[in-house]
Design a protein around this ligand. Structure first.
Ligand code: PLP
Length: 386
């Protein structure tokens, strides 16, 4: 979670003083300014601010032309929105197991591809880039559109390239818990002008009557309203300036904790090849070890993270939309299996370690040493009670 400070406060004040909060007419053009900054930073050709990460996924899928009859590959470990977005457009999410990196397993992805598969959404969970070296060529070989869900990896790189700017389209979230925030918000990234025009069409049905001069979809189709306000744009411009400073703090702390854990022989989960180190997960041999370890204040067992685990996506597993006439699974004539045993096993045995980015390094070092030293469950109980 990011701190909001005086600079954000002043930026919001300037927008309010200007008196128009809509991005189309607001005189400060804060959203447009943020989009330029974000495009420059990530090397994405085009960026679009939207109201949330979920709406970014919906617009990206709509831009890709995903709809009834289509299957979309999503990992079994992600925030539920990744799987819900295809359903909202009439398509079917097909669950793909994760591997030891805690991100989409390219081998299982290959197994889950069918003639109906239209797109794949690799999710860079917990600041951990997916194995794009294998996912991208596999997707290309089968003509799949790649939509990176980088909602949890804003500012993180894979082989030096920004997550979200590697595939055909990428999505960011700026909700309160992400690498940068404006409370609720999101962005779409793409370097394809046609996809960009279609994402813009989806996010605002009223482009033409507003005298908009940007790229328009051809032909124009029915859109919705997922626009961001100038207040969001103004906050995001400031947060983007602070992003690298924040991520540097995270990287430095994760590096220190990782070294201490490795020397102590703790089972540090691997990152995919080419990933920068900004995340730490330990994967034990047994569930009990993971549950015991999770009693530390700075550790959480991944399985206990509610709607991030596919078994808790009741509405999707029960195939229920708001109206019984909407039947994406019937239309796809299939609808992948809901079994991902490896994901369950990994999540039950894994704990994520907080970067403790608000604490000074010496305190982080001391805490990490204590975590590494305490291996028996008695001492965990003592620590929890202390
Ligand atoms: C947060 C998140 C989203 C959705 O973002 P919102 O802004 O909350 O709608 C999508 N996917 C992942 C992996 C996320 O963590």
């Amino acid at each position: 979670m990011r701190r909001l400070g005086l600079r954000e406060w002043l930026a919001v004040g300037r927008v309010m003083a200007a008196g128009d909060l809509m991005r189309s007419s607001g005189p400060l053009q804060a959203c447009a300014g943020f989009e330029n900054d974000l495009a420059r930073k990530t090397d994405a050709g085009h960026t679009l601010t939207v109201s949330s990460g979920t709406s970014a996924l919906i617009c990206a899928l709509a831009a890709a032309g995903v709809g009834p009859g289509d299957e979309v590959l999503v990992p079994a470990y992600t925030w539920m929105a990744t799987a819900a977005a295809p359903v909202l457009l009439g398509a079917v999410p097909v669950l793909v197991d994760i591997n030891a990196t805690l991100t989409m397993d390219p081998d299982d992805m290959a197994r889950k591809i069918t003639p109906r598969t239209r797109a794949v959404i690799p999710v860079h969970m917990l600041n951990r880039p997916c194995d794009m070296d294998r996912i991208l060529p596999l997707a290309r070989a089968h003509g799949l559109i790649v939509i990176e869900d980088a909602c949890q990896a804003v500012g993180i790189r894979h082989h030096g390239r920004h997550c979200g700017a590697i595939g055909d389209l990428g999505t960011f979230s700026f909700n309160q818990y992400k690498n940068m925030t404006c409370g609720e918000g999101g962005a779409i990234l793409t370097s394809d002008p046609t996809l960009f025009a279609r994402a813009r069409n989806m996010h605002d049905m009223g482009l033409e009557f507003r005298g908009d001069t940007g790229p328009a979809a051809d032909p124009v189709f029915v859109g919705s309203n997922y626009k961001a306000t100038e207040i969001q744009g103004a906050i995001l411009r400031v947060q983007l300036m602070k992003l690298d400073g924040h991520l540097n703090r995270v990287r430095r702390r994760i590096g220190v904790i990782t070294d201490i854990f490795r020397s102590a022989g703790l089972p540090v989960a691997p990152l995919s090849n080419g990933s920068e180190v900004a995340s730490l997960v330990v994967t034990f041999d047994t569930e009990t070890e993971a549950s015991d370890f999770a009693r530390h204040k700075a550790a959480d067992r991944l399985y206990d993270n509610s709607k991030h685990v596919f078994t808790r996506w009741e509405a999707i597993l029960n195939r229920r939309l708001h109206h019984d006439g909407l039947t994406p699974w019937d239309q796809a004539g299939a609808g992948g299996t809901d079994e991902c045993p490896r994901t369950i096993s990994l999540l039950k045995r894994s704990c994520k370690i907080a970067p403790m980015d608000r604490y000074p390094l010496p305190l982080v070092t001391r805490t990490a040493r204590r975590m590494a030293e305490t291996t028996g469950s008695d001492s965990f109980t003592e620590m929890a009670e202390a």
